[in-house]
Design a protein around this ligand. Structure first.
Ligand SMILES: [Mg+2]
Length: 236
């Protein structure tokens, strides 16, 4: 199997956040900062976090992913839990937690560039990420990884429908197409549901809203788990 995958041209659709570069750790730091700042007199940090998770989920449905949505969720959580009114100064501080994320330099995960360099010699590479279009394309530009990819697709949500759309758009053959990423919920399960193959590369710090049980691939489709990004070049 390994030999065939190496010698037959495949299409690898590769996730970006927490697959190519660190992302969730910056949100975790911002959330920790927000929780200390809120310094709630009777809710524990875990309870504040639980409320924020719920509010974030509502905002994702309302306005989509991205820093704007995150900042709004922090603000709404503050209003829900704080006895103090939201003054302009507090608003500024809360939005500052989200802004700090945007100012983070892109930190590539280990061996990402040399692995992509090797893979692109044998396969077709597409970057597939979800979120705010401007934020995601900005990160791709700053990462320096864009030249490795034939195209960059930013979708508002990664579900079976959006994978079907990408298959159509690029005229992909499902049998030789793989979605590679760290999120069972966004990268693996919907790609398998869309009839594709998938490679799960777990990241120790995956966003809680991305957690899901990994599905099993039906007959004729394949789901591989690799411990590190670098191992892609041994498999493909
Ligand atoms: Mg990801």
């Amino acid at each position: 199997m390994t030999t065939a995958l190496k010698t037959t041209r495949q299409t690898l659709m590769i996730d970006a956040d927490d697959t190519l570069w660190e992302n969730n750790i910056y949100f975790e730091r911002a959330i920790a900062g927000f929780i200390s700042f809120l310094n709630h007199s009777h809710f524990t940090a875990a309870q504040v976090r639980q409320t924020l998770n719920e509010v974030e989920h509502e905002y994702i449905l309302k306005v989509g992913y991205g820093l704007h949505s995150f900042a709004k969720a922090l603000e709404a959580t503050f209003e829900k839990l704080s006895v103090e009114p939201l003054t302009p100064a507090l608003h500024e501080t809360i939005h500052g937690f989200a802004r700090a994320i945007a100012e983070q330099p892109i930190e590539l995960l280990k061996h990402v560039s040399p692995t992509l360099e090797e893979l692109r010699g044998r396969h077709r590479l597409l970057l597939v990420t979800k979120g705010n279009h401007e934020e995601q394309t900005g990160k791709v530009e700053r990462s320096g990884l864009k030249p490795y990819f034939e195209a960059v697709e930013v979708v508002p949500e990664k579900n079976a429908e959006s994978y079907h759309g990408i298959v159509e758009k690029y005229g992909l053959e499902r049998r030789t197409t793989w979605m590679v990423g760290n999120s069972p919920k966004s990268d693996i399960n919907p790609a398998i549901a869309a009839g594709l193959n998938a490679v799960f590369i777990p990241h120790a710090d995956t966003w809680i809203l991305e957690h899901a049980e990994l599905c099993t691939a039906p007959e004729g489709q394949r789901l591989l788990t690799l411990e590190r990004f670098q191992l892609l070049s041994e498999t493909f």
